[in-house]
Design a protein around this ligand. Structure first.
Ligand code: DQA
Length: 147
């Protein structure tokens, strides 16, 4: 397994940005813990944060060439706007889990629609940084389970 973790716009500010919604962990903390989990299983995990839609799209387009088997994505504000990023995930057909730190369903109406959820294997929202770890754990359980 090779996991790609994608973080959308403004998530570089995690830890300082609206901690009531997004918690105190920094993105570096989260990525380091994800890498440690993956490495303990002998898996590869790479992550990218970008404020630019095209960089996230480019990363998705490259993923099949890099042997990425699963994507964990927090599209951040692009959740609610980006048909283009959705189309990229649809094009590569790599299974993905959608993660949000905050419970988007308990916030403003404009956050309640996601362009990604109907295509995602699963969606985790409202559990803070744990959402990323639970997503990775879910992928681990899927790979460990004979089917
Ligand atoms: C977010 C929720 C989005 O509505 C928001 O634009 C973000 C972060 C979350 O992780 O809770 O930037 O995806």
């Amino acid at each position: 397994p090779h996991i790609l973790v994608l973080h959308g716009p403004n998530l570089n500010l995690l830890g300082q940005r609206e901690p009531a919604h997004y918690g105190h962990s920094t993105l570096a903390d989260i990525d380091a813990k994800l890498v440690a989990m993956a490495n303990a299983w002998g898996w590869a995990l790479s992550s990218l944060q970008s404020n630019a839609e095209h960089q996230l799209i480019d990363a998705v387009q490259l993923a099949p060439k890099q042997g990425v088997t699963n994507i964990i994505i927090n599209p951040a504000a692009f959740t609610h706007t980006s048909v283009a990023l959705r189309d990229a995930l649809s094009a590569v057909a790599i299974p993905f889990i959608e993660v949000h730190l905050s419970n988007i369903h308990a916030r403003e109406p404009f956050r309640q629609y996601s362009y990604f959820s109907d295509m995602a294997q699963g969606v985790i929202a409202g559990l803070g940084a744990d959402g990323y770890f639970l997503a990775l754990e879910a992928i681990y359980r899927r790979f460990s389970r004979p089917d």
